[in-house]
Design a protein around this ligand. Sequence first.
Ligand code: HT7
Ligand code: ZN
Length: 883
Amino acid sequence: PKEIFLKDYKAPDYAFQKVDLIFVLGEDKTLVTSNIRVIPNFSDGAPLILDGERLKLVTLKINGLHVSKDNYKVSARQLHMTSLPTGSFDLEVVVEIEPQNNTFLEGLYKSTGNFCTQCEAEGFRKITYFQDRPDVMSKFTTRIEADKTLYPVLLSNGNLVDEGDLPDGKHYAVWEDPWTKPCYLFALVAGHLVSRDDSFTTMSGRKVALRIWTPPQDFSKTAHAMKSLKLAMKWDEEVFGLEYDLDLFNIVAVPDFNMGAMENKSLNIFNSKLILASPETATDVDYAAIEGVIGHEYFHNWTGNRVTCRDWFQLSLKEGLTVFRDQEFSSDMGSRAVKRIADVVRLRTMQYPQDGGPMAHPVRPHSYIKMDNFYTVTVYRKGAEVVRMYQTLLGKAGFRKGMDLYFQRHDGQAVTCEEFLAAMFDANKVKFPTFPLWYAQAGTPTLTVITSYDADAQTFTIKCKQVVPPTPGQSKKEPMLLPLAVGLLDSHGHDMRLTSVKDGASLHHLTSADGDYTTTAVLHVDKTEQEFTFMNITEKPVPSLLRNFSAPVRLVSDVTNEDLYFLLAHDSDQFNRWEAGQTLSRKLMLDLISAHQRGEKISVDSAFIKGIRSILLDSSLDKDFAARCLTLPAEGEIADLMDVADPDAVHIVRRFVVREVSACLREDLLNTVKLNRSSIAYDPSHEHRARRALKNVALGYLASLNEPETIDVAVNEYKIASNMTDQLAALNAICQNPGNLRSKSLADFYEQWKEEALVMNKWLALQAMSDIPGNVENVRRLLDHPAFDIRNPNKVYSLIGGFCTSAINFHAKDGSGYTFLADVVLQLDKLNPQVASRMVSSFSRWRRFDEERQALAKAQLERITSQNGLSDNVFEIASKSLA
Ligand code: HT7
Ligand code: ZN
C-alpha cells in the first residue's frame, strides 16, 4: 500500500466549478451521471486524474462528445485522462454502482432498505469518478430518481427546487446547494421515512425548518434530538455569533453507520444510537451523548463546512475545534466541572495510551496509508485540548476575537492549521513561538513540578521540568508552551490572592480580566527547566496545580498525601478537587499492586476510606460530581502507569479496594441508595440525573460485596426501575457476580427488550465487558446469537469492542482473547475494513505486557498481516503495531 505524506501536498490541477449529479436508484444497479464544469488551475495541460473505486464506467464525454479510448485509462483506483481541451470544459461521466452490495458503509449504501451515503473521508470516489479531496470545492445540484412506493422520501444537500412523478411508479426530486463545498460533504438519502418537524428563528429573524427523519416506528424517540438541535443553534449564536445559513436543516438517523454522525451540508446523517432516545430505552449517558453529538455536527456548519480543511492532514483543524465547541456547549447545558472530568477521563484512558504506543502520531499527522485510520482520539481529543489551550492562554474574549478573525479571513476556503493559529495570534497580537509544536510533536509531555516556600522572603517557588517523550519516527523533541494554571490555598482552604510572579528575571503582575487580583495564575512553561516565584505569599500554601487540566500532560509533583486530602476537601477548582481524589486512588492502588506482586497481605488505609466517606456524606456537593469522585480510576488507567502492565494484579487490587470501601461504608452506601431513589417518573433535569448517578455508583459498590442483603437491594432496584439508566445500572451491579441470578437477570432483560436493537447493544456490551473469569467463550457464543449481526457496526462495537475493554479476559494468559479478536478481525475485514481496523487497534499496546502475553499477541498480529487480500486499513494498524 502507498503511504501519503503531508510534505508532498500539491494544489489540484483543476477546479470543479459546478457539479450536476443525477442518481437513478435501482434494486440491482444504480446509475450515477455527473456533469462537471472543469477549469484548469494552471496552464500546463496536465492530465486530469480522477479518483474512483469499485465503479463501472459506462460513458465518458467532454463537451458532449465521447472521449476516445486513446485518451483515457481506467485502473482500480483512478480514471486518468489526457489530450484535454485547452481552457475550461464540461465533463460528463456515467457510472454504475451496486449500493445494495456495499457492506463497507462508505459511498452510497443501503441500511435497512433505505439508501444513504457516507463520503468522508474518501467515500465519494465510490459513488463516481472525482477529484476526491477537500480543497476541490464546488456548487452541487442533485437529481434523484427512484421508486415512489419504496422510497417516498428523496433528500440531498441544500434546497428542494423541483419534484414530481415519473412513469412506472417512479418519482424524482432536485436539490440545489447554494454553498460551495468539497465532495466529502455531499449526501443523499432515499427511503421510507417520517420526520419530526420544528423550526428555529435565527438571530437575524430567518425561520429555518428543522426535520429529523427516522423510520416510522422511531418517530416518538426524536424529541430529545430536536430539543438538542435548537439549543445548539441558539448557543452558537450566543457564544460565537454564528448563524445557520440555509432555510432547511435535515437530520436522518440510520442504524448501520461506521461512526457517530456526519456533518453533510444541511443533511446530517446520524447513527441511530445518537438520535433515538426515550427514558425507557436510553440512559442518561445516551441523552448527554445525543445532545453533544447533535451540537458537534451542527457546529461543523461553520467549523468544517464554511471553512474546511485543505487536505486530510489538517483534520484536527475542524475536528479538534468542533470537539472543543461541543465540549463547551455541553458544559453550558449541564455541569461544567462534571463535563471537564468526563472529558479528561476519556483523554487519559484513550488518548494517552495511543500517544504512548506504536500508533502515536501528532495532532496533525505527517503521513497515512488510509485516512480513515486517522480519525483518532489524538486528532479529535488531543486536538480539542490544543484549542482549549489557546483559550486558556488568550482568555475567553481573546479566543472569540481569534475565531472572528478566522471566519473573516477564511470563509469559503480550505485551509491549514497554520491559518487557524495565525488568526488566533494576530487577533491578540501575540506570538508564542513554541506553541505550533503541539501540532507537530506526538507524545504526552511529562511535567514535573517541585515546590518550595521561603517564609522569610514570603515567596513560593515552583520549579518545572518538561519532557516530551520519543515516539515512533520522532526521537528528539523540543519543549512546547504548556499553560500551567496554578492556585494557592491558605490554611483555611481559601484561595490566596496572587499579585505577582517572577518568571526568571521578569516580574509579571497578575490581574483577572476585570483588572482585580487573581486566584488562578496561568504560568507559561516553555522551557525544559523553568522556575516561577510567587511574591507576597504570607503563609506556606497548598498548591493546586494544573487547574481545570490546563494542558494535556502527565503531571508529577511533590504534593504530599496530606495536601491531596486537603485539596479534596477544599479546592475551589472543582476539577482539581476531583483530581486530588484520583491521585490518591492511583497512588494507593499502585502501592497495593506492588505489595500484591511481592506476595504481601494488602490493606486500605483508613485516611482513604475517610476521604471517600466525606465525599459521600457532603450534602453540599453536586451529586453528579460526588459520583465522579467516588469512581476509582479504571483498570486500564492504572495498568498504563506500570512498567509492565499486569492486568490480573490490577484487577485483584481494584476489586479489593472497591470491596474494602463497600464493607467500611456499607450503611452509608445503603442510605445513599435509599435517599436518592426517585419516587417520580423519569426526570431528565440535572438534579435528577445527578441523583441517579450517585445512587447507581453506591449500588455498584454494594453489589460488589455479594451479600444476600446488598444483592437484594440491587434486585429490588432492577425491579422498580422506571427508566433505562436505573435498570441497566442495577443489571450491571447484579452481573458483577457470576451465578444463577446473573443468568436469570440477563435472560429477563433480553425477553423484555429483544425487539429494541439499541437496547440489545447494551445487553451485548454488558456481557462482553464483564470481568467474570473465562468470558471469552461466552462472547464467542454471542457471535451466533440473534441479537448480534457482524454487518452492523454498533453491534461489533458493543460485543467485540466491549470485550477488548475487559483487560483480564482480552489479555487472558492463555491467549484465547487474542485468538478470538484475530478471528473476528479477519472475518470482518472482508465486510467492513473501517470497522475491522478499529477492532485491530486493541492489539496495539501488546508490548506493554509480560513476555508470554507479548508472544501470544504478536503471533496473532502476524497471523493477520500475513493474510492474503487484507485491507489497507487493517494492514496499516497491524503492521505499525508490529513495527
Ligand atoms: N466528520 C465525521 C467523520 C466521519 C467519518 C470518518 C471516517 C469514516 C466514517 C465517518 N463517519 C463520519 C464525524 C465527525 O467528527 O463529525
Ligand atoms: Zn466532527
